[in-house]
Design a protein. Sequence first.
Length: 400
Amino acid sequence: MGRLNRYILKNAAISIGGLIVFACCVLLLERLLRIFEIVTNSTNPGGDATTMIVNLLPYYLGMAVPIALLLGTTITIDRLSKSSELTAAFGSGFSLFHMTKPFILLAIFLSGITVFVEGYLQPVGRYKYRQTLNTVKQQSFTAALREGKFTKVDRVTFFAGTKGKNGGIGPIFIYETMDEEAGEKGYRLTTAELGEIKVLEGHPILNLTHAQGFPVSNNKVAGQVTASRSAITRPAEVTPYRARGDDEREMTSGELFENRNGDQTETIDQNTNNAMLHLRLSKSVLLLLLPFIAVPFGLNYGRNPSSAGIFVGVVFLVSLQKALEFAQSLGAAGKIPPWLGIWGIMLAVAIFAFVLFWKSAYKMGQPPLTSFSHWMGHVKGEILSKLAQITGRQTVKPDV
């Protein structure tokens, strides 16, 4: 690899790597709020939140890599164009295809990473995320006594004050509905001056000090029970989560390939299985095509610099991802063969990439998005002119 390609490869790797990290962080922000809300009632909120985030990373990494490759390539070429380095390279006899080789190498590397992430890490991580979520939701009431808030666990609602004596929490309020399946009706109210949780032989025990109980039936208080000290206990066992494989998104690519005839599992039919397998393979192939689209999007030859390539690239990639998901859903429903919609779209993208790159590399003329930039500028001028007319203002041209 020559010095020019090493220089381009270095700049592209920095841009793409930074964009991958940035995109993952941005995508995780929205989910973090939901995760923090979920683990509020967990006995180990820090550990559970970390486990859920780690298992979500492969999912967001699969989303971040294509957009980072497209934008990183476009930004790198755009920077070379604006600094006239691209023009100097053309003048030295280097072709556009020669300068695209570093991006192709990065695409091959990221494509291999995507096969592993989409095919193994993502489905296993999805299952472990759901498994952790199920465990957190089934946490016993050892996590229910959060200071100053109501928390519901099964048929019991807890409330604890913010202060207590001797390390406890109080005052305590407990609202428990009766078990109707056991023939009981109504609900029970329990109050206490102080509460303290202890775990003995795997069972959480809530010790109450100066407790009072009020059974309520038919909207009437059936009696009152007063005790200086009492205890409430419940089983601490958590129901195990189901086995992995009931959802095609939880199956690895190897498992999907083995089940391509639909004879390995009863919960996933053949069309759904094969549509997911083709979708994963298409995402890896897409990365190999993106450099031939992103490089023309970044060209401007130092004249009329603009960010149209970034805007068009984002719109193009988002639309393509939605189109692939739609084709996958049609294949899973059996309306079309599982491979037809996905690979039909990929064929169209391959033809588009070939034509776009061939015209940019071997045909003289303006960069592909130059006319788009001019059209956007014209539209902007028309909008500003209409706004000026509406507000009664006249545009005044400065004297030259």
